[in-house]
Design a protein around this ligand. Structure first.
Ligand code: ATP
Ligand code: MG
Length: 506
């Protein structure tokens, strides 16, 4: 089967998100869709999935004009979509979730959960998607939840499965599993559209790559005769520096002193286990590790979103262990949170408001009685330009921004005031290669201006190229403290898996 979008134009107030786009995908192939933040990728897929109605253009299925006016139409025609933010009910089981909407009903019209279980098993066996139908969603890792979404789509017999940035939230080993799933889908005669900002992934899994820029398809590439830097250039329209440009660090006095910090979950599990380290002025310390080894909780303890059960946290000589997030903020800590939707932004508020969100009390923006809106607006304009935040009007709600542009708002806000320490969790998640280059340059600039920087990232490449010193976390503990120039990715990988490279001393 072949699905073809022809001349698709989709406008939002003040912006043409898709501008006469032509794109086709067939069963049995993987099409990667890449492009800058705000290029129109998610919009285009939402048009294909019947969530948005195109202003112009048509859809052809096997050459025949078709029309979707809702996702139900798209599903019936064989389109399935796995959204970046999963739409699962956390307190329900896998089986209960996958049958929402297609509930098989028993004799008395009630949900026949045995039938649902059987269907989950059948689909998961067929595609080797290991899944327990009775597991409760909230107990599952992100990778497994994604599998649930995939099973849900396959149970509706999707011919084409659309994935919007599926790997942004996965661990490296989950990403490999995901690729296996994609291959098995294709082997079973399905087609896949795959959106990613990680060019390596597009090159390794796609049959074809389509590049979108400012709403238009600007090129198609075949992985076998193109390179990362060629695609990056096609995306951004200029050569992109794919490695971080920085000089040797010159660390000075200690700025962040984390001593014997332990974090315990309400159920008694120790998630951060007696962690001690420091971050000095003028250095970038990276924390590497497989997601789920305590990095998130460690950052939350440092930022004040969680209480440490024991231990102390000192910022520039002042004990902040029991300070509130706002007190830490005022003491000069910037925090780029991992979960931009829940912690970083208020999406109903305007972009301007979000850019000054944590700074309502700063004298720069407030006279003590009222906000200085003209100052905030001017500042917002500068940040929008510097960080290339794609918006036609910063007075619009942040929810109108594309995913990557929302992330840029947080980074811009957090790095644009006088700080002493920046704590950045997954700072470039969902950001395109051109903007990653800029964000990394800003982080290095902070370092060189005499700040201390702590970067936590599940992207090993990012940690290794950005950090001056790398700590590896495994099961709540720091198991290595190394110079990234002196160890290989392979060795770090071993530490991340809880073992030790041969010849290494503890
Ligand atoms: N609901 C909306 N209202 C107004 N503008 C919107 C809306 N949704 C998207 N846009 C705008 O349309 C453009 C394309 O956004 P889209 O989300 O498709 O980008 P994207 O390519 O998926 O980017 P990213 O890589 O950051 O996810 C952007 O300029 C965005 O601000
Ligand atoms: Mg998007």
């Amino acid at each position: 089967m072949k699905f073809e979008l022809r001349g698709i134009t989709k406008r939002f107030p003040g912006v043409v998100a898709n501008d006469g786009v032509n794109l086709h995908v067939s069963t049995g192939e993987v099409l990667a869709l890449i492009g800058e933040n705000g290029a129109g990728k998610s919009t285009l897929m939402n048009v294909l999935y019947g969530l948005y109605r195109a202003d112009e253009g048509e859809l052809l299925i096997d050459g025949k004009p078709s029309h979707f006016s809702s996702p139900a139409d798209a599903i019936a025609a064989g389109i399935g979509m796995v959204h970046q933010h999963f739409m699962l009910v956390p307190v329900m089981t896998v089986a209960e979730n996958v049958v929402l909407g297609v509930e098989p009903t028993g004799r008395f019209g009630s949900l026949d959960i045995d039938e649902a279980r059987r269907m989950v098993r059948e689909v998961s066996d067929k595609y080797s998607l290991e899944l327990d139908p009775d597991a409760v969603i909230e107990d599952l890792s992100v990778g497994v939840r994604q599998r649930v979404e995939i099973v849900k789509v396959l149970m509706r017999d999707a011919k084409i499965v659309v994935f919007d940035e599926p790997t942004a939230v996965l661990t490296p080993s989950e990403i490999l599993e995901f690729f296996e799933i994609v291959r098995s889908l294709v082997a079973a005669g399905r087609g896949v559209i795959f959106i990613t900002h990680k060019l390596k992934e597009a090159l390794s899994v796609a049959d074809r790559i389509n590049v979108l820029r400012r709403g238009k398809v600007v090129g198609e590439a075949l992985p076998k005769n193109t390179s990362e830097s060629q695609i990056a250039e096609m995306m951004v329209g200029r050569a992109v520096q794919l490695v971080v440009d920085k000089t040797e660090a010159v660390p000075r006095e200690s700025m962040l002193d984390v001593r014997n910090v332990t974090v315990v979950e309400p159920d008694g599990r120790v998630v951060v286990d007696d962690v001690t380290f420091e971050v000095r002025v003028g250095e970038i310390v990276g924390v590497a590790g497989v997601q789920g080894n305590g990095q998130t909780e460690l950052v939350e303890a440092i930022a004040g979103l969680r209480r440490a059960a024991s231990g102390s946290i000192v910022l520039g000589g002042r004990d902040i262990t029991t300070d509130s997030p706002r007190e830490r903020h005022e003491a000069g800590m910037a925090h780029i949170p991992e979960d931009r939707q829940r912690q970083g932004l208020v999406t109903d508020l305007s972009i301007v408001e979000n850019l000054v969100l944590t700074r309502y009390h700063d004298s720069e923006f407030s006279s003590g009685i009222r906000m200085k809106w003209d100052v905030a607006k001017t500042r917002a304009k500068e940040l929008v330009a510097a960080y290339d935040i794609r918006t036609t009007d910063p007075a619009q709600p942040a929810s109108t921004l594309s995913g990557g542009n929302q992330q840029k708002v947080i980074v811009a806000r957090e790095l644009s005031r006088e700080i002493r320490l920046a704590v950045a969790a997954q700072p470039t998640r969902g950001i395109d290669v051109g903007s990653i280059e800029y964000v990394h340059a800003q982080i290095v600039k902070e370092r060189d201006a005499g700040r201390a920087v702590l970067v936590v990232s599940t992207e090993l490449d990012e940690v290794m190229s950005l950090a001056d010193r790398v700590l590896v976390m495994y099961r709540g503990r720091i198991v290595a403290d190394v110079d990234p120039k002196k160890v290989s990715h392979m060795d770090i990988g071993l530490y991340m898996a809880g073992s030790r490279p041969s010849g290494a001393v503890a």
